[in-house]
Design a protein around this ligand. Structure first.
Ligand code: DX5
Ligand code: ZN
Length: 227
């Protein structure tokens, strides 16, 4: 399995999202990570299905839509229709997570479950065989440009072990504070979908930053760093 790089447009210029997508695609982006925030589950507010539909018209790579909202069940269909290829929902807000995951899959979209930094891996135990991917938050969601929480590295290994025990080869995504300084360790710990916002869009050359992060991830996959 290769490593997919998913630049997060949260740190891009919202007046020029089409340009941002084209730029990171030139750099080799595999997915576009879209952060949906409702001002309730997280303190910030971002975008909804209409913007996702517009992004879908211009993006050549699949859209990876991360729902940081309190009632994802109400909006899953709208985001699927808007063109999400991957849709992830937070375990913290879903008492019927199994139903939600299967509702996403029934729409023909890859279903991911997200864990906040304080949410134990055990929250995935009974859904591990059902998910298409797991997203490990390595910052508290809400804002770009935060610092990677070190515990996330061992959490990646724990999630990998849980998925393996369930016989599920689903990839693990990591989101928050990823940069050129830590991407090798993150890949070595098992991440195969890598979100990067500030490290791409706050750099002077987002196309090159995308290319450099992808190269570093591929190198780490070929020769993992020691624990
Ligand atoms: C944070 C979002 C992230 C964010 C990551 O709540 O879920 O996707 O864009 O940004 P960086 O890479 O800057 O931490
Ligand atoms: Zn995200």
């Amino acid at each position: 399995m290769s490593v997919l790089l998913a630049p997060s447009i949260l740190s891009a210029d919202f007046a020029a999202l089409g340009d941002a997508v084209a730029t990171v695609e030139r750099g080799g982006a595999d997915l576009i990570h879209v952060d949906v925030m409702d001002g309730h589950f997280v303190p910030n507010i971002t975008i909804g299905p209409a913007v996702v539909a517009s992004l879908k018209r211009v993006a050549k790579v699949p859209l990876d839509v991360h729902l940081m909202i309190t009632e994802p069940d109400r909006y899953i269909e709208a985001f699927a229709r808007a063109g999400a290829s991957y849709l992830s929902v937070h375990a913290e807000v879903l008492p019927h997570l199994h139903r939600t995951v299967h509702a996403i899959k029934d729409l023909g979209v890859k279903a991911g479950v997200v864990l906040n930094p304080s949410t134990p891996v055990a929250a995935l135990h009974d859904i591990a065989a059902d998910v298409d991917f797991v997203l490990v938050m390595s910052v508290n969601p809400g804002f770009g440009g935060q610092t990677f929480i070190p515990r996330s590295e061992s959490k990646l290994r724990e999630v990998r072990a849980l998925l393996d025990r369930a016989g599920n080869p689903a990839p693990i995504e990591i989101d928050g504070g990823v940069d050129l300084g830590n991407i090798a360790r993150i890949v070595s710990a098992g991440a195969r979908m890598i979100v990067a916002g500030a490290a791409v869009f706050n750099s002077p050359d987002p196309e090159r930053a995308t290319r450099d992060l992808k190269a570093a991830a591929a190198a780490a996959l070929a020769s993992p760093v020691a624990r």
